[in-house]
Write a protein that binds this ligand. Structure first.
Ligand SMILES: [Cu+2]
Length: 106
């Protein structure tokens, strides 16, 4: 009788785990030696991007479509929550050769 009960609780827990929606993720993107790594990152709307500046000078993550313009001081980490889907090209305003793309799925 007791094991029957335990079994149904376990079944209910497994069931809940399966139907729980995917949690938003945090994606880390490093800026180091004038490079953005990875240069191409995939994410979903609702995910958080964490840009980590490991250089001793400031960088920006500036979206060409105007969706974001984040300034990172030396050794600073800045988080940004993605709101819209789409492929967003971004670059550093101080070093325009630093380029990357975020592929954001809905
Ligand atoms: Cu820069």
């Amino acid at each position: 009788m007791l094991s029957e009960c335990v079994r149904s609780i376990v079944a209910a827990l497994i069931c809940c785990a399966v139907i729980t929606p995917v949690r938003a993720a945090t994606i880390q993107i490093v800026m180091e030696n004038l490079e953005i790594k990875p240069a191409e990152a995939s994410a979903r709307a609702g995910d958080t991007i964490e840009w980590i500046n490991k250089d001793v000078f400031a960088h920006t993550a500036t979206a060409r479509n105007g969706d974001f313009d984040v300034t990172l001081q030396p050794n600073q980490t800045v988080s940004f929550v993605l709101k819209k889907a789409g492929a967003v090209d971004y670059y550093c305003r101080f070093h325009p050769n630093m380029k990357a793309v975020l592929k954001i799925e809905p």
